[in-house]
Design a protein. Structure first.
Length: 63
């Protein structure tokens, strides 16, 4: 399954965490957010969720 931007759901409890990210990576994530009409945070959460999902594991097995 290809990575998709997901809309966040406020139903689950959330906490704040700090990440140190290279400026070049931040710029790339901002581009994805702009093109997807969503927030920087939503893109990062979508990426993490996808990487931890079974779909990501299946995609890696195919390569």
């Amino acid at each position: 399954m290809k990575f998709k931007i997901i809309r966040t759901n406020k139903a689950e409890e959330s906490v704040y965490k700090t990440l140190y990210i290279k400026k070049s990576l931040i710029n790339e994530i901002k581009k994805v957010a702009l093109n997807s009409n969503t927030s920087f945070n939503n893109v990062v959460i979508s990426m993490i969720t996808f990487c931890l999902s079974d779909d990501a594991g299946e995609q890696n097995d195919e390569q």
